[in-house]
Design a protein around this ligand. Structure first.
Ligand code: ADP
Ligand code: MG
Length: 289
C-alpha cells in the first residue's frame, strides 16, 4: 500500500503541476544540493528566430537562408525550426534535399542539386580544422546569440545568427533555489559565448558548454562526485543525463524521450515548479521519519 502521506503529497504535487513517476527519486529530492538545467527549451523558450546572416563567400544572404532552411526542413531541432520559420516569413521557396542526415549535437548534412551542404555548429568547424576569424560573427555571439554555419564541402558559405529568449520564470527559479542553498548549473551543446551570456544573465553558479549529446550524462556523473544532483531537460539529447541524475526532471512540453526518461515531469513547463519538488519532498518525508 502507498503510505498515506505520500499519497496526499502526490495529489498535492499534481495540484502544483508536478507529475511524479518515480517515488524514490521524489524522496531523494529533499536532499538535492545541485540542479543542472539544460539551456535550450528549458531555461530558454527554445524558440529561435534568425537575426543575422553573414555571407562568407560569393553566396548572398537570401541564398544562404534558402539553402540552410531547405536542409533544416528535415530536422526537428529548435534551431532548425527557427531557420525554417524565418525562411517561410520571407516567402522563400525551399529546395529539394537528397541524402539528408543529421549529425547529433552538431548539425545536419545533405545534397541540393549535387552540392554537398552542411549546417553545423562552431564546434564542428573547430573539430574539422576549418579556420574562421570574423569580427562580425564574434560580435553576434557576444550578444548571446547562437551561430550556425552553412558549409559547401569544407568551405563556409555563410553564418546564420539566431536569438532565443530566456524564459521569464527562469530568473525567479534560480534566485529561489540559490536562497535554498541549491547550486544552479547549466549544461548545453551550444557554444561557450551563448552559454556564458545566459549564465551571467541568470547568475548561475556554474555552466558546461559545447557538451556533445553522449557527454551529457558523464558531466552529471562528475557533478555527482560532489553533490546530489537533479537534471532538468527537454530534449532527446538530455535523456541519458536525466537517467543518470539522482532526480531526472523533464519539461512537460519536451520530447517524448525526455519525458519517458524522467522521474518527475513539470507539467506546466515552468522551471519554478522545480522548487516545489524539493519543498514537497522535504515536507512529505520529514513527516514520515
Ligand atoms: P542543446 O544542448 O542546446 O539542446 P544540442 O546538443 O541539441 O544543444 O545541439 C548543440 C549544437 O549543435 C547546437 O547549438 C547547434 O550549434 C548544433 N546543432 C544541432 N542540431 C542542429 C541543426 N539541426 N542545425 C544546426 N545546428 C545544429
Ligand atoms: Mg534542450
Amino acid at each position: 500500500a502507498i503510505p498515506l502521506v505520500v499519497a496526499v503529497s502526490t495529489s498535492l504535487a499534481a495540484g502544483s503541476g508536478l507529475l511524479i513517476r518515480e517515488r524514490q527519486a521524489f524522496e531523494r529530492a529533499r536532499n538535492l544540493q545541485a540542479i543542472v538545467f539544460d539551456k535550450t527549451g528549458t531555461l530558454t523558450e527554445g524558440k529561435f528566430g534568425v537575426t543575422d546572416i553573414v555571407p562568407l563567400a560569393d553566396t548572398d544572404k537570401d541564398e544562404i537562408l534558402r539553402l540552410s532552411a531547405s536542409m533544416e526542413a528535415y530536422s526537428e531541432h529548435p534551431i532548425a525550426l527557427g531557420v525554417v520559420n524565418s525562411a517561410k516569413e520571407q516567402n522563400i521557396e525551399l529546395d529539394n534535399v537528397e541524402d539528408f542526415k543529421s549529425i547529433p549535437g552538431k548539425g545536419v548534412e545533405g545534397s541540393i542539386q549535387g552540392r554537398r551542404l552542411k549546417v553545423v555548429s562552431p564546434g564542428y568547424l573547430k573539430e574539422n580544422g576549418i579556420e574562421l576569424q570574423n569580427d562580425q560573427i564574434e560580435k553576434i555571439q557576444q550578444q548571446g546569440k547562437t551561430v550556425v554555419f552553412l558549409l559547401e564541402g569544407d568551405i563556409p558559405l555563410g553564418a546564420v545568427g539566431l536569438a532565443d529568449i530566456i524564459r521569464k520564470e527562469s530568473k525567479e527559479a534560480i534566485e529561489k533555489l540559490r536562497s535554498m542553498d541549491v547550486k544552479c548549473m547549466m549544461l548545453t551543446g551550444d557554444n561557450r559565448f551563448v552559454a556564458q551570456w545566459v549564465a551571467e544573465e541568470l547568475e548561475l553558479d556554474d555552466y558546461f558548454a559545447e557538451v556533445l549529446p553522449h557527454e551529457k550524462s558523464q558531466t552529471i556523473k562528475e557533478i555527482q562526485e560532489k553533490y546530489t544532483v537533479a537534471m532538468v531537460g527537454d530534449g532527446v539529447n538530455d535523456a541519458p543525463a536525466l537517467v543518470q541524475a539522482d532526480v531526472g526532471i523533464a519539461i512537460g512540453a519536451g520530447t517524448d524521450v525526455a519525458i519517458e526518461s524522467a522521474d518527475i515531469i513539470l507539467v506546466k513547463s515552468d522551471p519554478r515548479d522545480a522548487i516545489d519538488i524539493i519543498l514537497l519532498s522535504k515536507k512529505t518525508y520529514s513527516k514520515m521519519f
